[in-house]
Design a protein around this ligand. Sequence first.
Ligand SMILES: [Zn+2]
Length: 403
Amino acid sequence: MSGSTLHPTPAPETARRDRVIGSYSTGRPGPIVVVTAGVHGNEPAGTLALRRVFDALERDRVPLKGKLLGLAGNVDALARKVRFVERDLNRGWHSDLVRDLLARGDAAAEDREQRELASIFVGLFAEARTPVTFLDVHSTSAGGAPFCAISDTMRNRRLAFALPVPVILGLEESIDGTMLSYLDDLGHVACVFEGGQHDDPLTVDHDEDAIWITLVTAGCLAASDVNDLGRRRARLEAASKGIPHVVEIVHREAVGPDDGFVMRPGYVNFQSIRKGEPLAARADGEVRSTWNARILMPLYQSQGDDGFFVVRAIRKFWLHVSTALRKLRLHVLLPVLPGVKWHESRLDTLIVDPRVARWLVLQIFHLFGFRRRTDEGDRLVFSRRRPDFRKLAPVDYGSRPPA
Ligand SMILES: [Zn+2]
């Protein structure tokens, strides 16, 4: 379907009533913070944390600047306590698909959920004067430390590094079309927060801590507006003690419905793994580690297509180097590398000859904030998120802005 259809886009208030967990504003100008929770319906902890935050804001009449909006992600799946009904709501957030969905008159299951969310987002984009901060709160089937995950832009680092939990880089290289990826590409601040195990009461506490810290980092609240900010920071810090501060994804174990994938029991997030260690079983044999690294999000539930991830620490030194390189905008020199050239038509996109894309080249791209995206034929395509020094991208609404 083309984007030129004249179907009106639904106004945000046509979304189901239980979509909006809360909306808090005191009329003071300031940034917009959006917290989404339960994008996976078997992860309700974030919705409980949001209710606590809204209760406290209203009870204490906290002088918040701007606005906090709390949204339930997958309303139907939350009611049924399943990850999703027909498909993963955290996939398929490509701008052309979203535009088509907004233009459609009908949608069911996750299409409907996505359409309602996208409609609210588009309304916020029109309202926002500065990038909107999105915190997408999740939980994991395995236990272990809380963490956050971002696309590696400077604006995202600012929020992620303010949360005293490990930061995961490179998730977007292994998962395509996530909601935050879509928001990132439009130039907003976007961070996933994983508070802990689905049913652990501590996960709700961690989620609440992360929401308060996000409100302070975004500039909606002063640190002094949050009574127990120090205790909240300390709680998150304690939960992730001994784990590297920044790690990068080096492997995603993709799982299909017929793979017969069974994770070996007992793994938790960030647990160390050794080369040769048996990690899981598949119908076609055993999965052994080929890394001395750490495991992340081992799958202990029936729904989901990520068996586990493998992560490795990034040294602080390299983070400083990459900050300097980006401030100096030295990415213009990347095409000097053999086999690397700018994409003919796409902005901020490089084409790489796979014969030269060895590990070192990958690392250099990462330093500049470029990640491998879709590949075109035998060419590897690297692009970076909307850089921090550019204006927000105009949103393509199709034929008309939302009502
Ligand atoms: Zn999730």
